[in-house]
Design a protein around this ligand. Structure first.
Ligand code: MN
Length: 258
């Protein structure tokens, strides 16, 4: 099995074809949503689909849309969610103006998810230190998706038991490659962030994951199948709730169809 830990399935023109190609390539997807309303729209489509797990989202760049009703809906849905994403903070030029609203939403998410033990896929662009600090305090199980911050925060994230999901765009830049060399393989997961990432001139999709795993194998100096087994083990450890610091509460059993 291969893993696409962060993909926006609904943003493809033909999500059904993308899923069929993923299945043919042996790739299971964690499909992001951006708001609880968005999750509600997709849940009936993907509820029984073994190829994808739907994550409950509250995207930082949609924070101003998260009114009281949306937050209430998030609270209702989170008990059933095994994955939460995309959530986080965005302090880049695009997100800076709404950081206050983002913080309210993210704090609320972290307050609700801690006890529920879902796995979070987290956006941290331009707000890496704050995001890592918030995740550390909340003691959640989380994956930093497409981390693009300074290397000096990485040790804090590792100490907090956080994972990193990496994509082809990261491998293609010096900064991303340097990050990857500094990450222990046992904390790495794979993602496409499709369709927002371009690989070899076209939009990345989950069926590209095997090629990414081959690139990781080159980086790690191992065989492709060993890299794939490593990623599988990492997901398994994350799902089982293996965190570095002892967790204060007993992890709830997760019902994963992956
Ligand atoms: Mn994304």
């Amino acid at each position: 099995m291969f893993l696409d830990a962060h993909v926006h399935l609904d943003r493809y023109e033909h999500p059904g074809r993308v899923l069929a190609a993923a299945e043919a390539a042996g790739v299971v997807c964690v499909a992001m949503t951006e708001t609880p309303e968005h999750f509600d729209g997709w849940a009936p489509v993907l509820a029984c689909d073994p190829r994808a797990r739907l994550a409950l989202g509250a995207h930082p760049l949609r924070a101003t849309e998260m009114d009281a009703a949306a937050l209430r809906r998030f609270d209702e849905l989170v008990d059933e969610a095994d994955f939460v994403g995309e959530v986080g903070l965005d302090g880049s030029r695009e997100g800076r103006a709404t950081l206050r609203e983002q913080r309210i939403v993210f704090d609320r998410v972290l307050a609700r998810v801690t006890a529920e033990d879902a796995i979070l896929s987290v956006h941290s662009r331009g707000a890496e230190a704050d995001t890592i600090a918030a995740l550390t305090d909340a003691r959640v199980r989380a994956v930093l998706h497409w981390y693009s911050g300074a290397l000096r925060h990485v040790d804090d994230a590792l100490d907090a038991g956080l994972y990193f999901s990496v994509n082809a765009a990261m491998l293609g830049t010096q900064k991303g490659a340097r990050l990857l060399r500094s990450l222990p393989p046992e904390r790495v997961l794979t993602e496409t962030d499709g369709p927002f990432v371009t690989v070899r001139g076209r939009r990345a999709q989950p069926s590209d994951i095997p090629a990414l795993v081959d690139d990781l194998a080159d980086l790690w100096g191992c065989r492709g199948e060993d890299a794939r087994a490593q990623i599988e083990q990492n997901l398994d450890a994350l799902v089982r709730g293996a965190r570095m610091p002892p967790a204060p509460v007993e992890p709830r059993a997760l019902h994963l169809a992956v």
